[in-house]
Design a protein around this ligand. Structure first.
Ligand code: FEO
Length: 398
C-alpha cells in the first residue's frame, strides 16, 4: 500500500514510504510493527529542501510522492545520516534533480562518497550550528554524533519549530497516521527501537538531549515511525531510559535442554516474586530477541540460565550474552544458573563475554545434573542476595 503525501504544516510535507511488510532490519532486528522511512519536503519561498530519503527498495514511492506534490526543483538534499535506509535513494534523486546539492557534515559526506559513490562536487558541507536559508524558512544543522553513527545530525526548521532527528527518537512503527495518536503503542515501539539501536550510546544521548532542550521544539519528525506533536512525550521517555536509575527487576534469558535448567528457572522465578522482585523470563528458543533487549533497558539484574553444551554455555545463550554485552544496558548485577553433566567452564565463558557491562557478578548456581534440595537452597540464597543488592540501589517504591 502506497502512502499519499501528508502535510505536516504549510509547505512542509512527509513524502517518505511505509514498509508494512519488512520483518527484519539489518538482518538482525525483528520488526513486529513494520517500519517507515520518513523523508520530508520543506518548501521555502526561494529554495526547496528534501530532508533525508528512503530505503532504495522504496525509492519509487518517494519519487511518486514528489511527483504528486509537483516538485520540479529540489535545491538541497539534507543528509542527516549516511545509513542506506535514509541515504540510499540520494543517487536516484540526484539523477532526477541534477541541480540539487547534498547538504551534510564532512563525516557524512565521506561516508556517502564511500557507500553510494556520490561525487564530491555534489556536496555542500556544513558546520555545527550553521544555517541554510530557504527564503521564508531557515534550516539549522545540529551535530549529534553517535546516535547512532559518528556522522549523525539533526536539522531544525527554525520558523516552524520542527526538529528532524532522523533515527534518533524514532520507532520501527508502520502506520497510516502521520502523527502519534496512541502514545502507549508508540512508547513500546520507541523503547524497543531505543533498546536495539540507541542503548549502546546512552551517555552521548544525554548530551544530545541537552542540545535539544536548548531549542524551542513544537514537533519532532524522526525518520522512522510517527511524528511527535508532543515532543515531551518522547524526550521524557528517553530521559528515563538513559538515566542511571534501574528497576527492581530481574531478567532471565535461558535455555533448557533436558529440563534441569527450566526447573531451576521456575523455582528461581518464584523465589524472586516471593521477595517482591519483578521477573521477566525469556526462553531463548522462542523469544523475539527484541523483547529481551527491551527488558534489558532498565532491569537491575540479569540472571542467565543455561545448560552446558560440550564445555561451554548453550550457543543460543552465547548469542544472547553477546547481544546484551553489545547493547550495554545499565544492568548492575549478573549471575548464572544452570546445570552440567560432566563439567565445563560455562560461568567463566559467560563472565568473559560481558566485559562491556559494569556489573557485579553474584554467586552463580551451576549444578551437576537435575537440581536437588541443596541446589534450590542455593537459588533461594541468590534471590536473597539480589533482594539485598536491589535494596541498596533502588529507591523505595520503585
Ligand atoms: Fe535508520 Fe541508522 O538508519
Amino acid at each position: 500500500m502506497e502512502m499519499p503525501v501528508r502535510e505536516i504544516k504549510s509547505d512542509i510535507y512527509s513524502v517518505g514510504a511505509i514498509d508494512w511488510d519488512r520483518k527484519l532490519f539489518d538482518e538482525l532486528i525483528p520488526l513486529p510493527e513494520g517500519t517507515s522511512y520518513n523523508s520530508y519536503i520543506v518548501k521555502g519561498s526561494q529554495k526547496t529542501a528534501l530532508i533525508d530519503t528512503v530505503d532504495p527498495a522504496k525509492e519509487k514511492e518517494l519519487i511518486a510522492n514528489l511527483e504528486e506534490l509537483k516538485i520540479d526543483k529540489i535545491d538541497y538534499i539534507i543528509a542527516n545520516h549516511a545509513e542506506q535506509d535514509h541515504s540510499g535513494s540520494i543517487p536516484k534523486i540526484l539523477e532526477l534533480y541534477p541541480d540539487a546539492k547534498v547538504v551534510t557534515n564532512i563525516k557524512c559526506q565521506k561516508m556517502l562518497m564511500d557507500l553510494l559513490f556520490i561525487n564530491d562536487d555534489k556536496f555542500i558541507v556544513i558546520n555545527d550550528g550553521e544555517t541554510l536559508p530557504l527564503g521564508n524558512k531557515t534550516l539549522q544543522f545540529i551535530f549529534a554524533p553517535w546516535v547512532h553513527w559518528p556522522e549523525t545530525m539533526f536539522t531544525y526548521l527554525k520558523e516552524d519549530k520542527i526538529l528532524f532527528t532522523c533515527d534518533f527518537l524514532g520507532s520501527h512503527f508502520a502506520s497510516d497516521k502521520l502523527f502519534v495518536e496512541d502514545e502507549v503503542a508508540v512508547y513500546f515501539a520507541a523503547k524497543r527501537y531505543y533498546a536495539e539501536i540507541m542503548m549502546p550510546f546512552r551517555t552521548t544521548i544525554r548530551k544530545n538531549i541537552e542540545k535539544i532542550s536548548e531549542l524551542e521544539v513544537d514537533i519532532i519528525a524522526p525518520s522512522h515511525g510517527q511524528v511527535y506533536k508532543n515532543p515531551e512525550f518522547i524526550i521524557n521517555a528517553y530521559r528515563d531510559w538513559i538515566s542511571d536509575e534501574v528497576k527492581n527487576e530481574v531478567v532471565i534469558p535461558y535455555i533448557s535442554m533436558h529440563g534441569s535448567t527450566a526447573k531451576m528457572v521456575k523455582y528461581f522465578e518464584n523465589a524472586l516474586k516471593d521477595r517482591g522482585i519483578k521477573v521477566k523470563s525469556f526462553s531463548l528458543t522462542e523469544t523475539d530477541i527484541g523483547e529481551l533487549a527491551v527488558a534489558l533497558v532498565d532491569s537491575a539484574t540479569v540472571v542467565i540460565g543455561s545448560p552446558t553444551v560440550l564445555t561451554g554455555s548453550h550457543p543460543a545463550v552465547v548469542y544472547a550474552a553477546y547481544l546484551a554485552n553489545a547493547l550495554k544496558p545499565k544492568t548492575k548485577f549478573v549471575s548464572v544458573i544452570g546445570s552440567y553433566g560432566w563439567g565445563g567452564m560455562m560461568v567463566e565463558q559467560l563472565k568473559g563475554m560481558l566485559g562491556n557491562l559494569k556489573v557485579e557478578l553474584l554467586e552463580p548456581v551451576v549444578v551437576k545434573g537435575y537440581p536437588k534440595k541443596e541446589d534450590f537452597e542455593a537459588l533461594s540464597r541468590l534471590a536473597d542476595e539480589i533482594l539485598k543488592k536491589h535494596e541498596t540501589i533502588i529507591s523505595k517504591g520503585v
